[in-house]
Write a protein that binds this ligand. Structure first.
Ligand code: 13P
Length: 252
């Protein structure tokens, strides 16, 4: 069965409740006739409930950009998978490169958060990707496979199949420098090959692998046309309804 394309918007530290609510309403109407494509947005935690209310009934999913690696307790300043689920959110980003680079996220932390999210019925998008230094040193495959392996270690095939992966080369994030379709496809195919080697066949066939890094309406179609690119995780271009809708429209 063909994988349903999945376009997600990571709003990062942008848009408080009022602006986020306006964007969410605009998206709900702009994407009303989007066809067979899944859409999710990731506002800041403070804006998430407003956004969830604004997109209610549209089929657009809402998630958190981050959760803590413990279920509850004395962890000032964080949010938990259970709270996200109780609030009606359905998805969560885990291991975004900004979390890895700026907030000390580790492969082990990613793995713990994946398990917690799945236990609460929250669907994770696990982000992986190499730095420019690692690419120049010929380590793309080694880095990305290590990150994927760590995130999925010890999980049952059914659990793994519920996860979306996002390949986001760090050098392409927020830089305007997109990976070429050939560069992205090569890594996506390599990840799928790794999945095929480590899990029953259905996992590699079913799992969506998004590309992220300077995706725009003008370059989305050629990226999404690649065999192993099943969607996009969009930063900057997800902050305006017309550009995000343009990317969703680039599916097929
Ligand atoms: P940009 O689309 O702004 O490059 O950000 C990509 C990203 O980090 C999405 O998670």
């Amino acid at each position: 069965m063909a994988r349903v394309p999945f376009i997600a918007g990571n709003w990062k530290l942008n848009l408080g409740p009022a602006e986020a609510g306006e964007l969410a309403e605009a998206l709900a109407s702009a994407l009303a006739d989007r066809g067979e494509v899944e859409v999710a947005v990731f506002p800041t935690a403070l804006s998430a409930l407003t956004v969830a209310g604004a997109v209610e009934g549209s089929g657009i999913e809402v998630g958190l950009q981050e959760i803590h690696s413990a279920a509850s307790g004395a962890f000032t300043g964080t949010n938990s998978a259970r709270m996200a689920r109780e609030a009606g959110l359905t998805r969560v980003l885990i291991g975004h490169s900004e979390r890895r680079q700026l907030f000390g996220e580790t492969d082990a932390g990613v793995r713990a958060k994946v398990e917690l999210a799945l236990a609460e019925g929250l669907l994770p998008i696990v982000c992986v990707g190499e730095t420019l230094e690692e690419r120049d040193a010929g380590q793309v495959e080694a880095v990305v496979h290590r990150q994927v392996a760590a995130a999925l270690e010890g999980l049952e095939p059914d659990q793994v199949a519920a996860i979306t992966l996002a390949y986001e080369p760090v050098w392409a994030i927020g830089t305007g420098r997109t990976a070429t379709p050939a560069q992205a496809q090569e890594v996506h195919a390599s990840i799928r090959g790794w999945l095929r080697a480590h899990f029953p066949a259905f996992v590699a066939e079913d799992m969506r692998i998004q590309y992220g890094g300077s995706v725009k309406p003008g370059n989305a179609a050629e990226l999404l046309a690649c065999e192993d690119i099943d969607g996009a995780l969009v930063g900057g271009a997800s902050l305006k309804a017309d550009s995000f809708a343009g990317i969703v429209a680039a599916v097929r």
